[in-house]
Design a protein. Structure first.
Length: 394
């Protein structure tokens, strides 16, 4: 990185900020001058931009990522992603959190290479068709962003970079932290459908399986708990948790760990005999927004879903992203079985308690973990390719 850039971001570290990183003392953060969200985002930015080299794995033998990779070939690339996500949020606000899940499902299987965006072709199965991905949304949002970038800089910006950048911007729209991303990823020419079927963590697994799955990708307990804070936003289909409501572990009874009022709420959203019909198309968005014309007709939210927001028995105070999710786990109000499992050990439970009450700590940890996720097993030149259409091999 240029020296002047290092010096510019080094000034952030001169902010008056102290924090004690002890999960047993979740109220230990002391902020002297700035609000936590802006202050900690600045510290995060300074911390990462002053690193000399990112850690890479064997998939990056052909090169490395760098900050502002497109500064000469497509200087407006990141701005276009930011503007498009903001516009798309006005058109389809509920679709934006899906970008976080889309990026996670891509990066968790063979790294952040946009393989999840590929359609099946010439006998090659698609990750889109794997059962953990069958309800994923947001593909058309990525294609809309790619369309605009191709207009500005043809055959230059990879779909893999667009996906991780869009996930970051989506996070910002829902109150999440900023984190600086290196770019220069290349797109995979293979879709890993079979691996997606078996490697993506199931919502039905217990804590040991969760930690094993994330640990295989280099995430420790603290990072795993922080990364699952992404469940602060968005919605989840009843099929992923209805067994907890009516027939937990084949007992024909609900999950005993569910708080009683929350069980009633979940059952009101997910009837035992709910309709399995597909949702109908909703009214198309206004064409007055540039992004609207690039999207597929939006799907109405089916009745058989439950939102992650507002899970607590009382309205949440402070930022909606992060703390309310962890507080809901402490109250026995986790939607997924795997969510609630995070309170099941001393180590993970201590981080749940810490994040429930220390917003600045959570934002810092979540940003660091998202950055780590976004750098998993990336392809760089001369490996891979830059697709023109994110769903098709170039």
């Amino acid at each position: 990185m240029d020296l002047w850039k290092q010096m510019r971001f080094f000034t952030f570290t001169l902010l008056v900020y102290t924090t004690t990183m002890d999960p047993k003392r979740p109220n230990s953060t002391q902020i002297v001058r700035f609000k936590p969200s802006r202050d900690i985002d600045a510290i995060i930015t300074a911390r990462f931009l002053l690193r000399s080299e990112p850690s890479m794995d064997d998939r990056t033998d052909g090169g490395s990522l760098e900050y502002d990779y497109y500064r000469e070939s497509c200087p407006r690339a990141e701005r276009i992603v930011r503007e498009m996500v903001q516009e798309l949020y006005q058109v389809r606000p509920r679709g934006i959190p899906s970008l976080l899940r889309l990026a996670f499902h891509d990066c968790f299987v063979e790294g952040c290479d946009a393989s999840i965006l590929l359609d099946p072709i010439n006998g090659m199965a698609s990750e889109k068709d794997a059962s953990p991905n069958e309800l994923l949304k947001g593909y058309d949002i990525i294609e809309a962003i790619k369309f605009e970038i191709e207009r500005a800089c043809p055959r230059t910006v990879s779909c893999a970079d667009i996906l991780v950048l869009a996930a970051r911007e989506a996070l910002l729209t829902v109150g999440g932290p900023f984190y600086p991303l290196q770019t220069g990823r290349r797109d995979s020419m293979i879709s890993y459908a079979e691996l997606a079927e078996h490697q993506l963590p199931s919502p039905f697994i217990d804590l040991s399986e969760i930690l094993s799955s994330f640990g295989a990708r280099g995430f420790n307990e603290r990072e795993t708990v922080s990364l699952l804070g992404a469940h602060s936003v968005g919605s989840i289909h009843c099929k992923f948790f209805e067994d907890r409501l009516y027939n937990f572990s084949g007992t024909n009874r609900p999950d005993p760990s569910l708080e009683s009022r929350f069980l009633d709420l979940m059952r009101s959203r997910c009837s035992k005999f709910h309709s399995a019909s597909s949702p109908k198309l909703s009214v198309a968005p206004s064409p007055s927004v540039r992004a609207a014309g690039l999207l597929a007709p939006p799907m109405a939210e089916p009745d058989t879903v439950m939102s992650y927001e507002g899970l607590g028995p009382t309205p949440a105070e402070g930022p909606a992203f992060g703390a309310p999710y962890y507080r809901s786990l402490l109250e026995g109000r986790g939607i997924l079985f795997s969510d609630q499992q995070l309170t099941g050990s001393e180590e993970t439970g201590s981080w749940v308690r810490a994040y429930a009450w220390d917003t600045a700590l959570f934002r810092k940890d979540f940003a660091e973990t998202m950055l780590k996720l976004s750098s998993l097993q990336v392809l760089t030149a001369p490996n891979g390719q830059v697709r023109v259409n994110c769903s098709k091999i170039a």
